[in-house]
Design a protein around this ligand. Structure first.
Ligand SMILES: [Zn+2]
Length: 228
């Protein structure tokens, strides 16, 4: 009763079309949920994201995928913007849960042991209040049972925003930004490295290069969005 009264005064709205949500809907209305641009990449040995990491040729990535695949103009893109810049970590958790329920059914991802979110610099995390990759990882962990290992990798250098940089500039900008902090926690493990959006892959490549310094680990990459 209280919840119904509350929703009368503060209606929960679909994050894509703005319609009022009914009680069973979370974040999106059923229409926008069924139109979600899911990529299906997690079930394909080869996909545009694996191709992107193959091109880097520096670190061997076992598999890579993204949950959503869309263009910048997509009505779904503002979701990621709100997660990152508008203080709405619950968006990351929900997307993580949806993504996790796909990953757990993929034969390619059956051997994952731990999830490592791309770390933010502590200063940036304090300012934002949370790490968006960590909340996505939490959502995935909730439905898959995989553990989140957020202490293995550290961001040791604050980097300028990558948004306006090209591929070479991004790689230069990110070099030396991460350090492996606890190799004993990830040795011999199958690691799922998580980030929110994939553009050039420079950040994830730099993280994977550090994780690979621990012996015997295999790296898988998963991001929420891949922008075509
Ligand atoms: Zn909607």
């Amino acid at each position: 009763m209280i919840a119904q009264l509350f929703s009368l005064f503060f209606p929960r709205l679909c994050a894509v079309c703005g319609k009022s949500l009914i009680f069973c809907e979370k974040l999106l209305c059923l229409g926008c949920l069924s139109d979600l641009p899911r990529s299906g990449f997690w079930a394909r040995e080869e996909n545009p994201v694996t191709t992107l990491f193959d091109d880097w040729k520096e670190v061997a990535i076992t598999h890579a995928c993204a949950y959503l695949c869309y263009t910048k103009e997509s009505a779904y893109h503002p979701l990621l913007h709100r997660l990152k810049y508008k203080g709405e970590p619950q968006i990351g958790q929900e997307l993580g849960r949806w993504f996790g329920s796909e990953l757990i059914q993929s034969t390619i991802y059956q051997n994952i042991d731990i999830i490592v979110p791309v770390p933010l610099h502590p200063k940036k995390e304090r300012k934002r209040g949370y790490n968006q990759s960590f909340v996505i990882a939490e959502g995935i962990a909730e439905v898959t049972g995989w553990c989140v290992e957020s202490g293995a990798l550290k961001r040791i250098r604050h980097t300028a925003t990558q948004t306006l940089l090209n591929r070479e500039e991004r790689q230069k900008n990110i070099t030396g930004a991460f350090a492996l902090a606890a190799p004993e926690r990830i040795q011999e493990k199958h690691i799922l490295l998580i980030d929110d959006v994939l553009t050039t892959g420079a950040t994830l490549q730099a993280c994977a290069a550090e994780l690979c310094k621990a012996s015997g680990c295999k790296i898988y990459i998963a991001t929420i969005a891949y922008i075509e």
